[in-house]
Write a protein that binds this ligand. Structure first.
Ligand code: FE2
Length: 156
């Protein structure tokens, strides 16, 4: 007979894969947000913004794969359905034109949200003793905080 705690505790694998799928969805929506801004940036800082937004979406595109394959390594389901990602994600998409300031501000919000999402995921991994997932989340959190700093610096 299983101990009582084991029957009532949530399944760590399901809980962790759910948190990773949340981070994957946020990362995917932010990838598209950054690429949208890469295409539509305007103004005197066009070249800098065009380049920075590209750096962000290229990093995030690779991160989608890293997060999804970590889910697979945990024997979970990596949910790559775009509609479900949009439902799951907390990132706010851009609709229509935006000024350079609005793009920077919107992407800054996305990076801050992402940093918080991977931090929560990393803490959950640590609670389950999964140091490899924790390590991935820490690495992702550092990148998101770096991009948040860069975006914030453009706004100040
Ligand atoms: Fe391009």
């Amino acid at each position: 007979m299983q101990p009582k705690a084991a029957m009532t505790d949530p399944d760590p694998q399901i809980e962790l894969c759910d948190a990773l799928n949340h981070a994957l969805a946020d990362t995917t929506v932010t990838t598209m947000l950054a690429q949208n801004f890469h295409w539509n940036a305007t103004g005197m800082a066009f070249s800098q913004l065009h380049q920075l937004f590209q750096e962000i979406y290229e990093d995030h595109f690779q991160a989608q794969d890293d997060l999804a394959e970590r889910i697979k390594a945990l024997d979970g389901y990596a949910d790559g359905n775009l509609g479900r990602m949009l439902q799951r994600s907390e990132i706010v998409e851009q609709v229509g034109e935006a000024s350079a300031h609005e793009m920077l501000s919107s992407l800054l919000d996305a990076e801050v949200t992402l940093a918080a999402a991977v931090k929560r995921c990393g803490e959950r991994a640590a609670n389950h003793g999964d140091t490899l997932t924790e390590d991935l989340c820490i690495a992702r959190g550092q990148v998101h905080e770096k991009f948040a700093w860069m975006l914030r610096a453009h706004l100040s």
